[in-house]
Design a protein around this ligand. Structure first.
Ligand code: NAD
Length: 235
């Protein structure tokens, strides 16, 4: 089993992707059987889709809420929560996932750069994002804000700017160890994080196959996150 030594002065940036939730039963983006295989991305996850057919968009996110609410964290999520306890604010945990499995696994400070599946917000006014586990499925109405705007999922869609980028790039600039887990290295801007830190930080990848940006990593640990992460960190 591989081991990754974390020194008392290391600052660690962890980037997770859909792969860390795969063993919890949430399909990834591109793998066979993935959620998205049955949908055209631009029809369900873009501002254009929302303008054109909010009903279809809510049907897609209601389906994802159902899938995610049945899922439980796996040993990979628990291992990162344990790492957070050990490192405190020397760990920056950034996820592209919109599920809440890191939090369910015990992580306290998770940066959701692509939003959160169990939150919604108004598409028109500045009402802050709020907790929402409801299913807004056909043939129901599109939920409305008191301002008259439509309530939308609190998700960063294709063509929108991810959340917390300023804080994320500050943490990337400060880290001495960068670990990407279960992400194919093909969705920007996260795909470029490894290149951003390369040279200044040690870089590692964890997942069953090398990602598209594998050249940016010092080493790829090939295997499932739920199997490798529990024994990976030595600090
Ligand atoms: P991706 O689907 O492009 O890549 C998933 C990666 O996970 C692949 O490289 C695959 O080899 C790897 N993988 C599969 N099983 C694994 C395992 N057991 N352990 C470790 N790795 C494993 O996903 P991405 O790079 O995260 O980008 C897809 C986009 O889709 C993201 O923006 C994300 O927001 C979204 N998405 C989120 C979820 C979720 O919230 N759980 C699920 C699907 C897609």
């Amino acid at each position: 089993m591989p081991r990754l030594t974390i020194s008392p002065v290391d600052r660690v940036f962890v980037l997770t992707g859909a792969g860390i939730s795969a063993e919890s039963g949430i399909p990834t983006f591109r793998d066979a059987g993935g959620l998205w295989r049955n949908y055209r991305i631009e029809e369900v996850a873009s501002p254009h889709a929302w303008r054109r057919d909010p009903r279809l968009v809510w049907d897609f996110y209601s389906m994802r809420r159902k899938v995610a609410s049945a899922a439980k964290p796996n040993p990979g999520h628990f291992a990162l929560a344990t790492l957070e306890q050990a490192l405190g604010d020397r760990l920056f945990l950034c996820t592209q996932n919109v599920d809440n499995l890191h939090e369910q696994g015990g992580a306290r400070r998770v940066h959701h750069m692509h939003g959160e599946l169990f939150k919604s917000r108004c598409d028109s006014c500045s009402l802050p994002p709020f907790a929402d586990t409801s299913l807004h499925e056909s043939p129901g109405e599109i939920p409305r804000c008191s301002c008259g705007g439509k309530i939308r999922p609190h998700i960063c869609w294709f063509g929108e700017t991810p959340f917390e980028l300023e804080q994320i790039f500050r943490a990337l600039d400060e880290c001495s160890l960068f670990i990407a887990i279960g992400t194919s290295g093909s969705v920007e801007p996260a795909a470029s994080f490894a290149a951003h830190v390369a040279g200044g930080a040690r870089t590692f990848y964890v997942g069953p196959e090398a990602p598209a940006n594998h050249a940016m990593f010092d080493e790829c640990f090939l295997g499932k996150a739920g199997e490798l992460l529990p024994g990976l960190f030595s600090c």
